[in-house]
Design a protein around this ligand. Structure first.
Ligand SMILES: NC(=O)c1ccc[n+]([C@@H]2O[C@H](COP(=O)([O-])OP(=O)(O)OC[C@H]3O[C@@H](n4cnc5c(N)ncnc54)[C@H](O)[C@@H]3O)[C@@H](O)[C@H]2O)c1
Ligand SMILES: [Zn+2]
Length: 352
């Protein structure tokens, strides 16, 4: 088993191993003795993995937990669903000393984390991520959120889980496009920090090396998050491909998923850097090839001006400026501040 300790304000461990879902109860036992548990999942994941999880909790001597499945999909990350969950937990007499288990992808993880951080002024929660994106990204780092009609992730908290139980076998049932969206984030980690990880993905295959891929991604995110838990500096690096990616995602009216949009965003920014002579052309070629292997798009055929307009209103940008992530070389990312005007001509010229 891979055990990756995360030393944030409240330290915890990420455990990664094939078949680990069936050991969740045993893993929770040392931390949770008399507590009640409640499992939050979504309709699809519950169908696949709720029973094995409940069996493992029962085998470890936990009573039957309260369970709630939200409808699958981003719409469940809402204040309305948060309120439904608060009432559900209150009716089931869940208290501050109890523990929530998030069984699912990033939607369930973000929603459950947000509920855990606010219900009874904050309670423990455990992440059991079941998408590649959740295993390598959203379950690590302690950001929780729900969406507002005005935008994604507009309401949220920093709240670390007590444990992350990561079973790569659960990824076997993921639809290929959702798996590929997770690979886009894995390629991102490779591009900014780990050339070997990038080659593993681009040349050898993510599924063939899934445990190593997850461990390497999580290790990178852990290092960055430990240095910058509240996202005021180095954590920006994780935003590689994301400023333009968000523009593409929102510009496509969410027809393109986050992962697909990030793939496009990474290609756009690297293309612009190559045009300015800041990055070697071979980096772009390798990125394009890596994306194509997973059916990830490498360019945007929509309205570039609209994308740039959205970048201006990105919640991470400051008055008149933004920070883009560029690459010295593959595996070596850095933060580059731009004024909006500079950034726009940088991107436009790169894509001409
Ligand atoms: N907190 C963070 O730091 C952070 C980071 C990145 C993304 N996110 C958030 O994560 C969310 C996206 O997460 P996601 O991509 O995991 O989406 P998701 O949770 O919606 O899961 C995608 C789909 O896959 C299904 N699914 C999940 N696991 C499955 C499995 N093992 N087998 C078959 N189907 C399965 C789900 O039912 C869902 O329909 C977004 O809301 C995003 O904002 C958060
Ligand atoms: Zn992302």
């Amino acid at each position: 088993m891979n055990i990756i300790p995360v030393k944030t304000g409240r330290p915890y461990e990420i455990r990664i191993e094939k078949g680990l879902l069936a050991q969740t109860g045993a893993l929770l036992r040392p931390q949770f003795r008399g507590q009640n548990l409640a499992v939050i999942s979504d309709s699809r994941v519950a169908e696949l993995y709720l029973k094995p999880l409940l069996d493992s909790l029962e085998a470890a001597g936990f009573g039957r937990p309260a369970t709630f499945s939200v409808p699958q999909g981003e719409e469940s990350k809402s204040l309305q669903m948060t309120s439904i969950l608060y009432n559900f937990l209150a009716e089931r007499h869940i208290r501050r000393s109890d523990c929530l288990i998030a069984l699912g992808g990033g939607v369930v993880g973000d929603l459950t984390g947000f509920v855990a951080s606010t219900f009874c002024r904050g309670m423990s929660f455990v992440q059991v991520p079941t998408t590649l994106l959740a295993q390598i990204d959203s379950s690590v780092g302690g950001k929780t959120a729900v969406n507002l009609p005005a935008g994604k992730n507009m309401v949220g908290t920093f709240w670390q889980p007590s444990l992350v139980v990561c079973d790569p076998d659960t990824l076997d049932t993921l639809p290929e496009d959702i798996f590929a969206a997770g690979v886009a984030e894995a390629l991102k980690y490779g591009m900014i920090r780990d050339e070997k990880l990038f080659d593993l993905l681009a040349l050898d295959g993510a599924r063939e090396h899934i445990e190593e891929v997850i461990s390497r991604c999580v290790t990178i995110k852990r290092e960055i998050v430990q240095n910058d838990e509240r996202d005021t500096g180095e954590r920006m690096l994780l935003n590689f491909g994301h400023t333009l990616g968000h523009g593409v995602e929102s510009g496509s009216h969410y027809a393109l998923s986050h992962g697909f949009s990030v793939a496009i965003g990474m290609n756009m920014i690297v293309k612009a850097s190559v045009a300015r002579g800041l990055t070697a052309p071979s980096v772009l070629e390798r990125l394009e090839k890596g994306c194509r292997r997973y059916g990830l798009p490498t360019f945007y055929d929509g309205d570039l001006e609209r994308v740039l307009e959205i970048c201006r209103s990105d919640k991470k940008s400051e008055a008149g400026s933004l920070k883009a992530i560029l690459l010295h070389s593959l595996g070596d990312g850095y933060i580059q501040p731009f004024s909006f005007e500079e950034f726009e001509s940088f991107v436009r010229e790169g894509l001409e």
